[in-house]
Write a protein that binds this ligand. Structure first.
Ligand code: PLP
Length: 419
């Protein structure tokens, strides 16, 4: 880092301050995590210099013998991790993996059916502000307003009405198990393809603690940086029938040269996820999410669907008459990072929202356990219930910093603070 500090002190300073922010705050954003030092080292390697359009053994550039080895390791480890017949590790992000999934089997204007954004779906599942809602004829299913879970009979009814060519099964803010087998039954009934998007739960699926979509969904997309804890990026898996179409859609359909440094880092992340310690990590992620959800409820907050089966939960702030935006800001002042989120039938705008989302993957990587989660749940409830108590926020900030200081920041613990 001293080289960077000499060449570009402004950026070196920013990185140092961001490192200090990560070190001193409690990270509850459900889609974030801390990679290992090994993953980070691969992302910062000479592989960033290399052009390698095409696939291993079939590149359009010379000098690819070593990056070929890296990509082959990434794909073989991904196959072992998920048991998929086909995988492409080149998508730059989860959003691009989804675009590749759609364009492998759809033409512009084709109907798709995905989860409503306000009910937990992702922007790329048909929102009109993204390509998915602009290029395709997008329809959505939501959760049942009583049970606050996916109503599969309703999905079937909508599928019969809409006749989608793709049904998207996956979400960003749904805390319950997703029944991929049921999605496949529904899709088969209307002649659709299932595209599972496991961006959030990939690590839980890899650890065998959430039912896998592999064998059910014809196409499965994911990010590699959320619960899977690899570098920031995407990946797309497919059954043998759709493998070729997926490859051609990723390149040359959508992308240019693959990010070989990131692909090498994906291989490192997959290797880590194949170790028995990763399953232990995911067990702790689930236990911590459950402890946080229980604590929030004990202290009077309402959790959508009454709890969580995975790594995240959504708090319904309507009973507290406070917006998600305000809670997000107050928590940030108290040293706790989270993101506001719409809730089903939200009376507030997507900018204000009536919900806030919490997740356990990042703090669990740091080493936080059930005791810390219970304490954090109490702090959050105190802030939501008496938002104008500034002394309380200052006190919690001090305690949150002390709690963070007790757990080293993964990936950078052996380096001195760079400022
Ligand atoms: C995060 C997420 C994505 C997008 O991933 P990016 O890498 O941010 O593009 C796609 N789908 C779901 C369900 C997600 O949660």
């Amino acid at each position: 880092m001293s080289i960077l500090a000499n060449v570009d002190p402004a950026i070196a300073g920013i990185i140092g301050r961001e490192e200090q922010r990560q070190r001193s705050t409690i990270e509850l954003i459900a889609s974030e995590n801390f990679t290992s030092a090994a993953v980070m080292q691969a992302t910062g390697s000479v592989l960033t210099n290399k052009y390698a359009e095409g696939l291993p053994g079939k590149r359009y550039y010379g000098g690819c013998e070593f990056v070929d080895e890296a990509e082959n390791l990434a794909t073989s480890r991904a196959r072992e991790l998920f048991g998929t017949e086909h995988v492409n590790v080149q998508p730059y992000s989860g959003a691009i993996a989804n675009m590749a999934g759609y364009l492998s089997v759809l033409k512009p204007g084709d109907p798709i059916l995905g989860m409503n954004l306000a009910h937990g779906g992702h922007l790329t599942h048909g929102s009109p502000v993204t390509f998915s809602g602009q290029v395709f004829d997008a329809h959505s299913y939501g959760i049942d307003i009583e049970s606050e879970r996916i109503d599969y009979d309703e999905v079937l009814r909508l599928a019969k009405e809409v006749r989608p060519k793709v049904i998207v099964a996956g979400s960003s803010a749904y805390s319950r198990v997703i029944d991929f087998a049921r999605f496949r039954e529904i899709a088969d009934e209307v002649g659709a393809i299932v595209m599972a998007d496991i961006a959030h739960i990939a690590g839980i699926v890899a650890a065998g603690l959430h039912p896998s979509p592999i064998g059910q969904a014809q196409i499965t997309t994911t990010t590699t940086h959320k619960t899977l804890r690899g570098p920031r990026g995407g990946m797309i898996m497919a059954d043998a029938e759709h493998g070729d179409a997926v490859n051609k859609t990723v390149f040359p359909g959508l992308q240019g040269g693959p990010l070989m440094h990131i692909i090498a880092a994906k291989a490192v992340g997959f290797r880590e996820a194949l170790q028995p310690s990763f399953k232990e990590y995911i067990q702790n992620v689930l236990a911590n999410a459950d402890a946080l959800s229980e604590s929030l409820q004990e202290h009077g907050l309402r959790i959508i669907s009454g709890g969580t089966d995975n790594h995240l939960m959504l708090v319904d702030l309507r009973p507290n008459d406070i917006s998600g935006r305000k809670v997000q800001r107050l928590l940030e002042e108290a040293g706790i990072t989270a993101n506001r989120n719409s809730i089903p039938n939200d009376p507030r705008s997507p900018f204000q929202t009536s919900g806030i989302r919490f997740g356990s993957p990042a703090v669990t990587t740091r080493g936080f356990g059930v005791d810390e989660m219970k304490t954090i749940g109490r702090w959050i409830a105190e802030i939501v219930q008496t938002p104008d108590d500034e002394e309380q926020i200052a006190r919690i900030r001090e305690q949150a910093e002390a709690m963070s200081a007790a757990f080293p920041l993964p990936g950078v613990t052996d380096r001195d603070l760079q400022t």
